[in-house]
Design a protein around this ligand. Structure first.
Ligand code: 13P
Length: 249
């Protein structure tokens, strides 16, 4: 049985002092031993949030990393820096980073290899645009994103990776994919992992859905057989996040 993983992606929200308030607000709401709970926070919030969640069930993630070890890369953050600050998880390949910051599938592959080499737990995002969905190329597109991202990753490493399926048209739009649409693609992602590796790896890897997941629709989405969690934007900044974490209660 795969343990569900509910992760908040705070994006560029919450100053360090606001972050501490949010952690306090959510503290009594996010207790569920059946679920891995992760807050992926802006870089400047990492140290205060790591301290604030000490002794709780909450794990801390970053929203990005750079694939070089160290050096003259102004503005970037290395895997060692994240680890030293107490980070466990790291998002890579979010559509906002692909779109606004021109990240390529090859960059995401290098980030994934670096995170795994260093022992960070990667959350690898993929997803299609509305145009691609309307053209009927969703699954081909996502298979390609996954195949490039996982180049050089071993089966043992792949088992510990989390994949987040986030249709771009559902992010921040209030337009959630139906649970059938989300399941269809998450199933195709699992099949792709099975093709690249083997059945055991496909059965072990966790796949999240992300895109306007909220307190109202989480139950139905998380009941689907290939959806092992959620990557939550807007609703992760509110007490609703607690409802999502406790979707099975
Ligand atoms: P929303 O939940 O705000 O749609 O964002 C989803 C997302 O992009 C999480 O990474």
């Amino acid at each position: 049985m795969r343990k569900k993983i509910i992760a908040g992606n705070w994006k560029m929200n919450e100053t360090p002092s606001e972050a501490l308030k949010l952690v306090e607000t959510l503290k009594p709401l996010v207790n569920n031993p059946d679920v891995d709970v992760v807050y992926c926070v802006p870089a400047i919030d990492i140290v205060p949030v790591v301290n604030a969640v000490k002794g709780t069930n909450v794990h801390v993630g970053a929203e990005n990393l750079y694939f070089e070890d160290k050096g003259a890369y102004t503005g970037e953050i290395s895997a060692d820096m994240l680890l030293d600050a107490g980070v466990e998880y790291v998002i890579m390949g979010h559509s906002e980073r692909r779109g606004y910051f021109h990240e390529t599938d090859e960059d995401i592959n290098r980030k994934l290899l670096k995170a795994l080499e260093k022992g960070l737990k990667p959350i690898v995002c993929c997803g299609e645009s509305l145009e691609q969905r309307e053209e009927g190329i969703t699954e081909d597109w996502i298979r390609m994103q996954i195949k490039i991202a996982f180049k050089g990753v071993t089966a043992e490493q792949a088992k510990g990776v989390v994949i987040a399926y986030e249709p771009i048209w559902a992010i921040g739009t209030g337009k959630t994919a139906t649970s059938e649409q989300a399941e269809e693609v998450c199933k195709a992602i699992r099949e792709t992992i099975g093709e690249i590796y083997d059945e055991a790896t496909a059965a072990a890897i966790r796949i999240q859905y992300g895109g306007s997941m909220n307190a109202g629709n989480c139950k139905e989405l998380l009941a689907m057989p290939d959806i092992d969690g959620g990557l939550i934007g807007g609703a992760s900044l509110k007490p609703d996040f607690g409802t999502i974490v406790n979707y099975n209660k």
